[in-house]
Design a protein around this ligand. Structure first.
Ligand code: ASP
Length: 332
């Protein structure tokens, strides 16, 4: 844990490192592929990055991993460090360096649990820090521009000059530098030469209601298990039936929730739908989210299963994890 003595009226941006390609390095000088994510310390990443006037950076390494391997314990640790820094009067906002693979999940998780109106800006890179054309430094500069913008609030993702709201953002491309999209909603702002051009309002209105007891969240291994099952042509019920069996057998890690990644407007293969109804009857919470990359579900009056209308399957899973966690907290 880091302790810092803040001085005077200076304003700080806490830059929290979690790894990713932005902190990646390759044994082959200058290469864009074939690197190891999460090796360069965040303190090195900010070296030589110009800081907006009147601000000072404070770095902290919270994790150092490839974000494809993100886990609930790391989210828990990150949440606690965000809460710590956001509570300091001298801290104007946070920047979090993160891998691109699960940045949409981490940002949505933080959006769902943090209460501060201060900006929390996640940023990333598609090329490693050792690339001869690394995109991380510019993304970091843009993230600092957003974190220090006078009116910025809420949790956002900054990449390739675009600012995306945590609720809408998705990784949409495996290679190109502007790898993110926000579907129908589009980015909420652009960063141009260090200036933020806001297209619509900051996402603070979307922040959840304050909840009590935030500091005593369970560590990851005490969270419920929630799985995502994809509906597709030729879908079979075996996966869901196996999960029901584990639950009925009293397996210690039996599933508590299932997100069905549905086709189109919440459509689920009839075989999976029947299995999901059996799962519900066995006490498993089921939620349907569309696997479409854009748009939202418009629920039909005869829907048999509950819908997460405007969340992708991975974000619906986080919503369900938090819903189940809150249930446990209140039932104890
Ligand atoms: N696998 C990397 C990660 O998510 C990819 C990236 O950051 O672009 O950490």
């Amino acid at each position: 844990m880091t302790t810092t003595s803040f001085s005077g009226a200076r304003r700080y941006i806490a830059v929290l490192g979690t790894g990713g390609t932005i902190a990646g390095s390759s044994a082959q000088a200058g290469a864009n592929l074939g690197y190891t994510a999460g090796t360069v310390p965040v303190s090195t990443l900010v070296d030589g990055i110009e800081v907006p006037d009147g601000f000072i950076l404070h770095t902290e390494q919270v994790a150092q991993l490839d974000s494809k391997d993100m886990d609930l314990d790391t989210w828990h640790a990150l949440q606690l460090r965000c809460e710590h820094w956001l509570a300091q009067d001298e801290v104007a906002g946070l920047v979090i360096t993160h891998g691109t693979d699960t940045i949409e999940e981490t940002s949505f998780f933080l959006h769902s649990v943090l209460q501060s109106p201060k900006p929390v800006v996640l940023t990333c890179a598609m090329r490693p820090a050792t690339s001869s054309n690394a995109d991380g430094p510019q993304n970091l500069r843009d993230a600092l521009a957003v974190a220090t913008a006078a009116d910025a609030t809420g949790v956002v993702v900054v990449c390739a000059g675009e600012v995306h709201c945590a609720t809408d953002v998705r990784k949409v491309h495996p290679y190109r530098l502007n790898a993110f999209g926000s579907g129908d909603a589009g980015p909420i702002a652009y960063v141009e030469e260090g200036k933020v051009r806001l297209l619509r309002s900051w996402p603070y209105e979307g922040m959840p209601e304050p909840k009590s007891d935030r500091k005593s969240l369970p560590a990851g291994d005490r969270w419920h298990r929630v799985e995502i099952v994809l509906s597709h042509a030729g879908a079979r019920s075996d996966l869901i039936d196996g999960l029901i069996r584990e639950r009925q057998d009293g397996h210690p890690e039996a599933v508590a929730g299932i997100v069905l990644a549905a086709t189109g407007n919440g459509g689920v293969h009839h075989v999976l739908e029947q299995a999901a109804l059996r799962a519900q009857a066995a006490g498993i919470v089921v939620l349907v989210a569309t696997r479409c990359a854009e748009g939202r579900i418009i629920p039909a009056p005869d829907s048999l299963l509950p819908m997460a209308v405007d969340l992708s399957p991975v974000k619906a899973r986080i919503a369900l994890l938090l819903q189940l966690r809150d249930k446990v907290k209140t039932s104890h």
